[in-house]
Design a protein around this ligand. Structure first.
Ligand SMILES: Cc1cc2nc3c(=O)[nH]c(=O)nc-3n(C[C@H](O)[C@H](O)[C@H](O)COP(=O)(O)O)c2cc1C
Length: 223
């Protein structure tokens, strides 16, 4: 079982987000999964330029490190996205990565895979960002197993840290169990179907311009 985690903190492995993510990773490994953690801070993934090349021909013309992060998540059984809370959303680094996955997102390329989200915040307000990441992952086609959030105050306080770490460890175990059991999440089906239908309608509408995506949908007999 291959799980890939992408951490969008500019502090990388030394940050608060990484403390929480590391606990999930440790627990998933203990449950038998192969887990790779990729730090966006180890490379450069710049902003999407909205050139539509990914929709038209299936590749991104920007010469940076996108493929180093995107391709492993597309090949994984499960994906974990981790980010600090930056003004009620994800870090700019994570947002660039998410935007640059727009081509595969149109193809709901994480269909059949599982996902989870990890967020750290300065205060006590990670829920909004957790929900945002989970929504993105479901739009991408994945079934979301859950999320975990904690404040840097919790993570840096020896008295409070164990509870946050326990929650992250539980999520790691739940993620592995979901992949192993091919667990279904009927409560997510309506949202996932509605998003995929919307993508299908957009790709159909753009079929003369977005020829790559139209052919992809058609070859899967989804059009
Ligand atoms: C630009 C910026 C914006 C932030 N915005 C928020 C915020 O809106 N709410 C919050 O609780 N913490 C906010 N923080 C604090 C970080 O979320 C917090 O320190 C986090 O644990 C950092 O994780 P890291 O060490 O992995 O980067 C912000 C930090 C920065 C640098």
């Amino acid at each position: 079982m291959n799980i890939v985690a992408v951490n969008g903190s500019p502090h990388g492995a030394k940050g608060a987000t990484a403390i929480l993510l590391a606990e999930l990773v440790r627990s998933a490994r203990a449950a038998g999964a192969d887990v790779t953690t990729l730090e966006l801070s180890d490379g450069t993934v710049g902003p999407c330029r909205a050139c539509d090349t990914c929709h038209r021909v299936g590749t991104c013309p920007i010469k940076d490190d996108l493929a180093r992060f995107r391709d492993p998540i597309l090949a994984a059984d499960a994906v974990v996205l981790a980010s600090p809370n930056y003004l009620f959303s994800v870090s700019a680094q994570m947002k660039c990565f998410m935007d640059r996955c727009c081509g595969p997102l149109h193809m709901v390329a994480l269909r059949g895979k599982y996902a989870a989200a990890v967020v750290s915040s300065g205060g006590e307000e990670s829920g909004e960002v957790e929900r945002y990441l989970l929504r993105f992952l479901r739009a991408f086609g994945a079934s979301t197993v859950g999320s975990v959030g904690a404040s840097a105050m919790e993570l840096l306080d020896p008295a409070r840290r164990p509870a946050a770490r326990r929650a992250a460890a539980q999520l790691g175990a739940d993620l592995v169990a979901a992949v192993a059991a091919k667990k279904s999440y009927p409560d997510q089906a309506a949202e996932q179907t509605a998003f995929a239908e919307r993508m299908k309608a957009i790709v159909r509408f753009q079929k003369d311009r977005w020829t790559y995506e139209y052919q992809q949908w058609e070859s899967r007999r989804w059009v």
